[in-house]
Write a protein that binds this ligand. Structure first.
Ligand code: ZN
Ligand code: CA
Length: 373
């Protein structure tokens, strides 16, 4: 394990000028090295989760789970001091992706439409702070630090120029800062151990939409991916290596991460399987471009609901906020229209009025429009 940790750190150093999609595995290994109690608790998570799933029927749980969020904007330059509007946008992106109300659902290959699921998990900016006072759910901290690394979680401590977490049992803490080194974000997966670094950290360039200059990662799905980790999802290729097990039965076995915006099917029969459909590269837990991701599966939903019930159960009964923040329903417009299709996927050459149509763009994004008569 130790050698693997050094290898991971070395590979991060080697490509330090490039964008690094996710630091969660390296962060988890660092915690395992640092805290023996975490190593013990983490080793039990998969068995505890299997047991919970075997004794509960997730499909029959009636409630939508609403998770209160505090966003700590830790800024040095004005660009890092992102607007409230951008925070609202990010919350809505999370809600759309976790409720499967994202407008690019039609990009999910038809073979997987049946297992692409509404996770019935929502996010709301906290309206009550830990003292019981009213809050916007946005905590702004002006820092003298020009960037924060991942190791040791400096952004989570006031003494190192960061912002202290709010009760990690009661809130999803999201820190937004300059992570330096091209790292997009990282998260703390759950366990029965009380983790002082619990939460999600996202590079400010990749958070929200308006003014997001994250290149291929500019549609706010770094947060979707990292919150997936925070709710116990693994990468599709499993933890610590290739052709691994993500502990989810309905995601196909995959050799390693994918980048860019591949065409379907990709890597049929990977890892000596007979899976003609290949990798589920449009799943939020791969590394593909934001515009080319569009689903969580039923199996991933079950694992996340299980994680909340086992390790984050305060969210089942919280009164810190009242549901999702729905502000916007737009994507930026620096893209070219490829085609227009109707709800049955038929190409439309002359747009009809009073009927929903899907505008598909060359970056993989989709807009739903209705032209009113
Ligand atoms: Zn990841
Ligand atoms: Ca799987």
């Amino acid at each position: 394990m130790k050698n693997l940790f050094i290898l991971l750190l070395a590979s991060i150093t080697l490509i330090s000028n490039a964008q690094i999609r996710c630091g969660t595995e390296a962060h988890t290994l660092e915690l395992i090295e640092q805290y023996p109690d975490y190593a013990k608790a983490k080793a039990k998570v998969n068995t505890e989760t299997e047991n919970w799933i075997a004794t509960h029927n997730v499909a029959k749980l009636p409630e939508i789970i609403s998770i209160p969020v505090v966003v700590h904007v830790v800024w040095n330059t004005t660009a890092e001091n992102i607007s409230d509007a951008r925070v609202f946008e990010q919350i809505e992106i999370l809600n759309n992706d976790f409720r499967r109300t994202n407008i690019d659902v039609i990009n999910t290959p038809s073979i997987w439409q049946g297992i692409a699921d509404d996770c019935e998990i929502e996010f709301c900016l906290a309206t009550t702070d830990p003292n019981g006072d009213a809050t916007t759910g946005i905590d702004r901290v002006n820092t003298t630090q020009t960037s924060f690394g991942m190791s040791g979680d400096p952004v989570m401590s006031v003494s190192s120029g960061g912002a202290a977490p709010w009760s990690q049992d009661d809130y999803l803490n999201i820190w937004v800062c300059d992570l330096g080194s091209g790292l997009l974000g990282y998260a703390s997966p759950p366990s029965a151990w009380s983790n002082p670094t619990d939460g999600v950290v996202i590079g400010y360039k990749y958070f929200g939409l308006t003014g997001n200059n994250g290149g291929a990662y500019r549609y706010g799905r770094t947060a979707t991916h990292e919150v997936g980790h925070w709710l116990n999802l693994e990468h599709l290729w499993g933890a610590w290596g290739s052709c691994g097990n993500d502990q989810v039965a309905d995601t196909p076995k995959q050799e390693i991460e994918n980048y860019g915006c591949p065409a379907f099917p990709l890597h049929p029969n990977a890892c000596s399987t007979t899976n003609a459909n290949g990798d589920m590269f449009m799943n939020y837990m791969d590394y593909t471009n934001d515009a080319c991701m569009n689903l969580f599966t039923t199996g991933q939903k079950t694992r996340m609901i299980s994680a909340i019930n086992q390790y984050r159960s305060n969210h089942l009964t919280q009164t810190i906020c009242n549901g999702p923040t729905n502000i916007i329903d737009v994507l930026p417009t620096d893209k070219k229209l490829v085609k227009i299709v109707d709800v049955l996927g038929r190409i439309i050459f002359k747009p009809k009025t009073n009927t929903p149509l899907f505008y598909i763009y060359d970056d993989g994004s989709v807009e739903k429009k209705i032209i009113l008569e």
